[in-house]
Design a protein around this ligand. Sequence first.
Ligand code: GDG
Length: 463
Amino acid sequence: MARLVIVSNRTAAPRDRGARAGGLAVGLREALARRGGLWFGWSGDICQENPPAPRIQEAGNIQFATIPLTQADHDDFYVRYANATLWPLCHYRLGLIEFSRSAYEGYLRVNRLFAERLAPLLRPDDLVWIHDYHFFPLAAALRALGVANRIGFFLHIPLPALEVLTALPRHRRLMSDLCCYDLVGFQTGDDLRAFASYLEREGGGTVDADGRFRAFGREGHAGAFPIGIDTATFVELAEAAVDGPHVQRLRESLAGRRLVIGVDRLDYSKGIPQRMESFQTLLEAHPEHRGRVTYMQIAPISRGEVEQYRALRRDLEGWVGRINGRFGEFDWAPVRYLNKAFPRQVLAGFYRYAAVGLVTPLRDGMNLVAKEYVAAQDPDDPGVLVLSRFAGAARSLPQALVVNPFDVEEVGDAIHMALTMPREERRARWNEMMAELRGNTIQSWCESFVARLAAGDTGRQAA
Ligand code: GDG
């Protein structure tokens, strides 16, 4: 079996600063452990000058190879191009894009640097799997160095529709670089269709029914690979946590009130201000819930170096103050707002205790919180998921209460419906969602992508 090489901006290397042991990391780690493999990425450190050779750490049959970045490279590549250009573009927020040629040059420069540091570590039959919007050009940079391995790419965030994508200066270069991959994976059929329509209209290309694409003089395969979670482990975590000390403290603090929960990185794509407003409309339109329901929003700070994220934080502080000031009582604060992260098992217990999971992003590639909330529920008395139609997860979980997050009154009504839904209906909806989550896990996602990449019918550079 060929060795697997994974590239992502951050790895799950044991000693790296800021590396997170989330569900995705667990899934990728398992895939690597099964075949043996290498995981390459940024170490999280800043260096003074041109980065040295990668630092190698071993954990079982997995090797982690990480490099630091200079401050200028980190700012141009990560802060300015990846997170202040591509991220808003792919989440349909054209007004937030800060494009500059120097940031794009920095993005290309760091992709070349990654290719130069990775290439010497590759063996001829390795399968290379590259993750996310930080690395659209990485296959092209590796090919330029003569790397002939099969290389796949998975985009965790949406690929926007043609009209939005073409607003990006130099979009043709970015997309023709993407076509250097042998296999390009997206979260949903919608993203795949956006890719096809771009190639047809802008790349003079074609995409067949089986996903084979030809464009910009290149050839490869594309497909939808909706990402899942480690369902069985999440069920166990939630069962174990529900009687643990954190859930007990939460239960006592709520004093019999029902809990509505939101868990998101503090990111403008997640629609948290709109969600606050929706909760406000619930309290306005359905006063019977006043004093009886608490909304807890967990929102660990993310990308605090990008101005748009700092502005979001200020906005949310205003929302929390207004709602609590207007509706709060001396013994009840309607909104609890927490800028910190909790361990996975604590989160799992909170999800299970919550009567309603609010997952209302304005755009999201998939959204794993939606899946985790469902997996954590008590089968006898499950809570209700209120889910944005603009999350990729809505495609596979249509039994949720699917809402338009821009329509705050609709979302307020959906929260009311969730809080008053009969147990039979909750069970019926939950059973169907759970069957989906048991069938499509993070493990099966990894396997299907790697099998397709290995299959050898994914095409290569056209002659
Ligand atoms: C990108 C795409 C796509 C959150 N707070 C805490 C915590 N989390 C964990 C959640 C979940 C993960 O972080 C967030 O995943 P999401 O999918 O919701 O969102 P993004 O971070 O934006 O991820 C997204 C995903 O990639 C995978 O392809 O679904 O669309 O944007 O697992 O549980 N974990 C812990 N404490 C927290 O406080 N431990």
